[in-house]
Design a protein around this ligand. Structure first.
Ligand SMILES: Nc1ncnc2c1ncn2[C@@H]1O[C@H](COP(=O)(O)OP(=O)(O)OP(=O)(O)O)[C@@H](O)[C@H]1O
Length: 248
């Protein structure tokens, strides 16, 4: 199976600190690839390099075989790399649908375009409708986003990401602060989305990670110490010592 997103030797240094050290990994459609690691392991820095928010110091990122390592963030988004953030980044005073429409517009407009043509507007509305449907939020479309429950707001974040029509989803702690029921709902959504997307999931909720992930990469101090299916990770002695503890 060819990877949709392929990362080779990706490194990021901040002064003397190597936050991400020569990471190599592949993302495939049909797979949730979880990246786990203790605080400060370099997970967010990895996502930020993949989305184009920060530049890589070294290494290569390829989307469908095309080198995108030096592409600006908005160009990567257009090419199909979508992301969600650790903290909720919705517009709370706008409706759920408006949030998705704005996300869709931001992905299609060039950064310097102020006014949208009506054709683009129609396309953005259609993208917002499709994203809400995919995220299971169609019934909430007219609700003011800030009045949604925390879990539904995180779902809206995923919907906003979907509105940009990504092929790769980079999800930074989508389960943060969720209760059991909300977590179940999000995991059901991710399980559905992986059929059509390559998903990278950074998450601290280990039970959820082991339920949903097809592949897990474990980072410690910027370096990958193990990668494999959930079972091999659970049984890996180095991972148990460095990260999981004995209760997993
Ligand atoms: N802009 C920056 N400037 C300097 N150091 C940074 C910067 N961003 C991250 N770091 C450092 O890089 C290392 C990795 O940070 P990062 O946020 O990627 O870890 P993380 O695994 O996402 O942690 P968490 O689970 O707490 O979110 C940390 O030591 C952090 O302090």
């Amino acid at each position: 199976m060819t990877a949709l997103l392929s990362v080779e030797g990706l490194t990021r240094r901040f002064g003397g600190l190597t936050a991400v050290n020569a990471i190599t990994l592949d993302l495939h459609v049909g797979e949730v690839h979880a990246v786990i690691g203790t605080n400060g392991a370099g997970k967010s820095t990895l996502i930020n390099m993949l989305s184009g928010e920060i530049e890589a110091s070294e290494g290569r990122i390829a989307l469908d075989g095309v080198d995108i390592t030096r592409r600006a963030q908005w160009r990567r988004a257009r090419a199909g790399v979508g992301r969600s953030y650790q903290r909720t980044t919705i517009f709370p005073e706008f409706s759920v649908h408006e949030n998705c429409r704005l996300a869709a517009q931001a992905a299609t407009a060039r950064p310097w375009t102020v006014w949208q043509s009506s054709g683009r507007c129609a396309a953005s509305n259609a993208a917002a409708d499709a994203a809400l449907e995919a995220a299971g939020l169609s019934n909430e479309a007219l609700r003011i986003a800030g009045t949604l429950s925390h879990g539904a707001q995180r779902q809206l974040e995923v919907a906003m990401c979907l509105a940009t029509r990504p092929r790769v989803l980079l999800l930074d702690e989508p389960l943060a602060g969720m209760g059991a029921e909300e977590t179940d709902r999000m995991l059901t959504l991710l399980a559905r989305l992986k059929a059509t997307h390559a998903i990278l999931l950074v998450e601290h909720d280990m039970d959820a990670v082991f339920r949903i992930a097809d592949r897990i990469t474990v980072m410690v101090n910027g370096t990958v110490i193990a990668t494999g299916d959930p079972r091999s990770i659970r049984e890996n002695p180095e991972v148990r010592t460095a990260y999981l503890g004995e209760d997993h």
